[in-house]
Design a protein around this ligand. Structure first.
Ligand SMILES: C[S@@+](CC[C@H](N)C(=O)[O-])C[C@H]1O[C@@H](n2cnc3c(N)ncnc32)[C@H](O)[C@@H]1O
Length: 203
């Protein structure tokens, strides 16, 4: 299958496993072209995340509060908006990606937050969603994200609802990254629910 060389190079650079500050700078630089490049990759994560959220949220979804973690340019919000969700908040570590997300007009609030270094904003509660790739070069980063999520769970702040591995997440940029020669990589959708704040003990 044909992937334009320029797209392959841009995607492979960001997937190269750089340390976090450099990775976020790469996203800043990629933000303006991100959506057209991921369309070429047949990127399905936003659709898959929205489908999982529709499944776990009670209907109607309009008032359901959702924190879109690592929201990027807002592709998950677009999918959710189509499904009737209206109370969306987003965080991302890249100012460039946040700027694109802001231009969608779909989020009530957007905030810069580097996961693993800064606490997640506690409001709006409700649910959070996060997605990441499971291809070889992302496994270390994926493990770091999972460690952050597990810590939130240990602290009693958030409770895991699902962590769903999905095949054919997006097209692979190389044979080495591809899952068993399929030409695609896999990924994972995480959904967590905010734990209620325990009542203050009297006395
Ligand atoms: C592959 S994009 C996904 C964006 C969006 N969720 C989507 O599906 O289009 C990954 C996003 O995660 C953000 N990101 C990566 N590491 C992060 C971190 N540690 N904290 C916050 N955002 C991070 C990047 O800036 C980027 O916007």
């Amino acid at each position: 299958m044909w992937l334009p060389a320029a797209v392959r190079e841009r995607v492979a650079a960001v997937h190269g496993g750089a340390a976090l500050p450099e990775r976020l700078r790469q996203y800043d630089g990629w933000a303006a072209r991100y959506e057209q490049d991921v369309a070429a990759l047949e990127y399905r994560a936003p659709h898959l995340a929205a489908a999982s959220l529709s499944f776990v949220f009670p209907a109607p979804p309009a008032g359901a509060r959702l924190l879109d973690v690592a929201c990027g340019t807002g592709l998950v919000a677009r999918e959710l908006h189509r499904r009737g969700f209206r109370c969306l908040h987003g965080v991302d570590g890249s100012a460039g990606m946040l700027e694109q997300a802001r231009s969608t007009g779909l989020y009530r609030q957007l905030q810069r937050c580097v996961l693993g270094q800064e606490p997640l904003p506690v409001p709006p509660g409700g649910f959070l969603c996060l997605t990441t790739r499971s291809n070889p070069s992302n496994l270390q980063y994926k493990a770091e994200l999972e460690a952050v999520l597990e810590k939130l769970e240990r602290q009693g702040a958030w409770q895991k609802v699902l962590a769903q591995e999905v095949e054919r997440w997006e097209r692979a940029t190389s044979e080495e990254e591809s899952t068993q020669g399929t030409g695609y990589i896999s990924g994972v959708v995480y959904i967590y629910r905010k734990c209620p704040v325990p009542p203050l003990e009297e006395g």
